[in-house]
Design a protein around this ligand. Structure first.
Ligand code: FAD
Length: 462
């Protein structure tokens, strides 16, 4: 069948469902939606659409389901596992025009929003209520993309990932049916938990068109600190001790000496070289915050800390987290034009020192240019490995590192992906990680999307 002829018919029908300026077949629009922030092979959709209402999403899916056309949702395209790349072409639903805050339930610490809203914009608006939504992946992701990937980031150690912070959804299923899941009650015990089935499903089970999220009061007092250790393993052990002591950091990040050397190439940053912990604590009172910081310092100093930088003021704290969020971008500048592979394994906190030590050893053994950047407080570890496109040896070694880390994380009771999702890159590990449960996932997929139109080519190995 000639795809071009099908496309002309379909384009015509779609322009009757949406206005013509919200349907595009231009190469420019299609190539903008062919790639996320990963190094996975780009693939263009055939048609890009910008729906504005749930009814429009429903009508598009009815048509796509009838015609067996692939449909991939697109939030902000900041994924790093190829999650929104439309590998089978078809329709690309750019959700950015559905970006309204529908209701702030201030007294219940909740907000109801459309999926195309960027979480940073949402938090800027919510600041006037003294509230915020904690999951913080750093890149300016959309709420829909964060829900679909179950994004997490630096604040998970205290507040949980996106999954722990969603109460209710409106979802359009593959056949166009619109359903509501969950409720605004923080306790829910009614039937199957469809809300949390959709979260993390990467747009393969339905398109999210509305979400009610949990919010938290912005803490009154914050303090940040950095601590430098002789080795990654010693830094990782301190992470375990801080968590084990019952202190509740807002964020607890570990950067190895290579990551610190790279971040220090940015003229605005001047960290003490060596494996660093970045920590942030908050409290409702200055006194209790002071006590917490003294306890943290004592734990670090008992563990051979080489340097403890405490009492970081508001500006320096902001700079520290900005630098942490820009770390990937600083790496890209440091290795211009090179390919990269990011690992994203996660383990129970007691196993984190073992994982961190083994990772440093594997990077050295494989002779890679790689750094460890990790959301250590919740047991999540990333490596960023860079290599020239033509350097097949390093590429093979980077893949080998990824494989070794996944195998180690699984052996330690963890997972192949803590927060980036499966996308394309982790599909090959799904059988190993889930065993017979993978077939149950396939059955769920078939039940909700029997024609396999939603984000095909993702999550499941082929
Ligand atoms: C520099 C950098 C740092 C990052 N750091 C972190 C981090 O610390 N923690 C972390 O978790 N992630 C991190 N990420 C990854 C990324 O930001 C997150 O995965 C984010 O959730 C992606 O959101 P997005 O809006 O860009 O979604 P997209 O990339 O556009 O899409 C993500 C997935 O969601 C689906 N989707 C999008 N909208 C909908 C919808 N309305 N309904 C159903 N499915 C939908 C897409 O089809 C795709 O499968 C980082 C990325 C970068 C570039």
């Amino acid at each position: 069948m000639c795809a071009q002829l099908v496309a002309i018919d379909i384009v015509h029908e779609l322009t009757t469902l949406l206005s013509s300026e919200r349907v595009s077949v231009t190469t420019a629009d299609r190539s903008l939606h062919a790639v996320d922030q990963s190094a996975h092979t780009p693939h263009m959709p055939d048609i890009v659409l910008w729906p504005e209402t749930t009814a429009e999403v429903s009508n598009i899916l009815k048509l796509a389901n009838q015609q067996r056309l692939p449909v991939t949702a697109w939030g902000a395209g900041t994924s790093i596992e190829g999650n929104p790349i439309p590998v089978r072409g078809g329709l690309l639903l750019n959700m950015q025009r559905m970006s309204q805050i529908l209701a702030v339930h201030e007294n219940d610490f909740q907000v109801t929003v459309q999926p195309g809203l960027y979480y940073k914009d949402m938090n800027r608006m919510l600041a006037q209520y003294g509230l915020f939504f904690p999951p913080d992946p750093g890149a300016n992701a959309s709420i829909g993309g964060m829900l679909a990937n179950n994004a997490a980031g630096i604040r998970t150690v205290k507040y949980g990932a996106t999954r722990e912070n969603v109460l209710a959804l409106e979802v359009v299923l593959a056949n166009g049916q619109i359903i509501r899941t969950g409720s605004r009650s923080v306790k829910q015990s009614s039937g199957y938990d469809l809300t949390h089935l959709i979260v993390g499903s990467e747009g393969t089970l339905g398109i999210i068109t509305e979400a009610t999220l949990k919010l938290y009061p912005i803490p009154a007092f914050f303090s940040a600190a950095t601590a430098v250790f002789p080795t990654v393993q010693e830094a990782a052990q301190v992470v375990y001790e801080i968590i084990g002591s019952g202190l509740e950091p807002n964020a607890l990040e570990l950067l190895d000496e290579t990551a610190v050397a790279i971040i220090n190439t940015d003229p605005s940053i001047n960290l003490v070289p060596g494996p660093n912990l970045f920590m942030e604590f908050s409290s409702a009172s200055e006194n209790s915050l002071g006590e917490t910081m003294a306890q943290v310092q004592a734990i670090c100093e008992e563990s051979d800390c080489l340097n403890f930088g405490a009492g970081i003021g508001q500006d320096a704290r902001k700079k520290l987290w900005e630098a942490r969020h820009r770390l990937f971008e600083i790496h890209l500048h440091h290795f211009p034009g090179e390919d990269f592979l990011l690992a994203d394994v996660s383990v129970p906190i007691s196993q984190y020192p073992t994982l961190a030590k083994a990772t440093a050893q594997h990077i050295a053994d494989l002779g890679l240019k790689g750094s460890i950047i990790s959301h250590a407080g919740d047991g999540n570890l990333h490596t960023a490995v860079f290599f020239p496109h033509s350097d097949t040896r390093s590429r093979d070694c980077a893949n080998q590192l990824n494989k070794r880390l996944v195998e180690l994380a699984l052996a330690l009771g963890g997972t192949s992906t803590g927060e980036h999702g499966v996308g394309i890159g982790k599909a090959k590990y799904m059988a190993q990680e889930h065993g017979p449960a993978l077939e149950v996932m396939r059955q769920i997929k078939r039940a909700l999307d029997p024609n396999g139109i939603l984000n095909p080519g993702k999550i499941f190995p082929e």
